[in-house]
Design a protein around this ligand. Structure first.
Ligand code: ADP
Ligand code: MG
Length: 323
């Protein structure tokens, strides 16, 4: 991590300044006046596409002219950090000029050391988020695929929470317990409760409601029956739990092909990428644009695949009790 910019040590809290009960009270419109939006990629399952979606979203926002900081909260895996490092190395070795986020890693090193106590990292992480949000349009946080104090806290800092799920009922279990055939919703999941608690803490601090986006990932073009069933269940859950959902990324080689160069499908036209653009890549770009539009609050050019739940509305009360 030596070649990435390091953050100056966080200032000690001023005894004369009472600690804010909740940092989101200082979001835009609040007293603190931070401008940047905080986007958190989170769920408590590994391998659903958080880091992949984070990197593609970061590059899309940068290409859209936004300034972007990124924070890797997955000190153990460090996938996003390695993605950014690979991008930096490739950019330098090929003499390219690619957009780079202002990237930081919290806890851990390449051997996975130092990530033992996520709770202890929370105050410094909060201070870092505040500093980066004051100087960037977007701060993108990539969470670990486990439930820990830092990941839970990140939820309550989120203006937008993006939860990628693979398109199966196993992953839907993250949102709610679903059983039977046809599938029935049996009760809330641990993760939905975690988000619900994050929303409560945020509301108590006067923060704006979290816009929760569930992103379907690794969609298969073949399994249309499963796709429909998962879609119908998501539709039902969206209103009851309070999220909106997107038909996100299909299963595509290009989403995992460019990690070593630190590239995304959005970079393919750059000289030196060496991968000719094909139809699947064009479709992948549309999928990324749909996610980016959802984050930017833009009406998607291709509106198919964007599904509003109550999560997008101001003050949406997640109806967990109704599950
Ligand atoms: N849409 C996709 N198509 C193909 N491979 C994908 C897709 N999304 C993610 N992957 C691959 O799935 C694996 C897990 O993705 P990752 O982003 O690391 O998940 P997480 O951060 O949630 O653990 C990686 O090998 C990644 O390249
Ligand atoms: Mg990851």
């Amino acid at each position: 991590m030596n070649d990435l910019p390091t953050d100056p040590p966080s200032p000690k809290p001023d005894a004369a300044t009472p600690a804010r009960p909740y940092p989101n009270a200082a979001r835009p419109g609040g007293a603190g006046g931070n401008a940047g939006r905080i986007v958190v990629l989170g769920n408590e399952k590994g391998g659903t596409g958080k880091s992949t979606a984070a990197m593609h979203l970061i590059v899309a926002l940068l290409r859209d002219g936004r300034s972007v900081a990124s924070i890797d909260l997955d000190g153990h895996q460090g996938t996003l950090t390695r993605y950014v490092e690979n991008r930096r190395s490739f950019t330098e070795s090929e003499g390219l000029r690619l957009h780079m986020p202002d990237h930081r890693r919290i806890g851990g090193d390449d051997a996975g050391r130092g990530a033992a106590d996520p709770a202890a990292l929370q105050p410094d992480t909060d201070a870092l988020i505040d500093r980066l949000a004051a100087t960037h349009d977007y701060v993108v946080l990539d969470c670990p695929g486990t439930d820990n104090a830092l990941a839970r806290h990140a939820i309550s800092r989120a203006d937008i929470l993006i939860t990628p799920i693979n398109d199966s009922f196993i992953d839907l279990d993250l949102l709610a317990r679903v059983g039977g055939m046809p599938p029935r919703v049996l009760g809330p999941s641990v993760y939905s409760q975690t988000v619900w608690e994050g929303r409560q803490r945020r509301a108590m601090g006067g923060g704006r409601p979290i816009d929760w986006i569930v992103l379907r990932n690794r969609l298969s073009p073949l399994d249309s029956r499963n796709k429909k069933r998962v879609g119908a269940t998501l539709e039902e859950l969206a209103g009851r739990i309070g999220f909106r959902w997107l038909d996100g990324f299909h299963e595509r080689v290009i989403f995992r092909q460019l990690f070593l160069q630190g590239l995304t499908v959005l970079d393919l036209r750059e000289d030196g990428a060496g991968v000719p653009l094909n139809m699947s890549h064009v479709a992948a770009r549309q999928e990324i644009r749909r996610l980016t539009d959802a984050v930017l609050g833009r009406q998607a050019g291709d509106d198919a695949g964007a599904h509003a739940g109550t999560g997008a509305s101001e003050g949406a009360a997640p109806a967990l009790a109704g599950l």
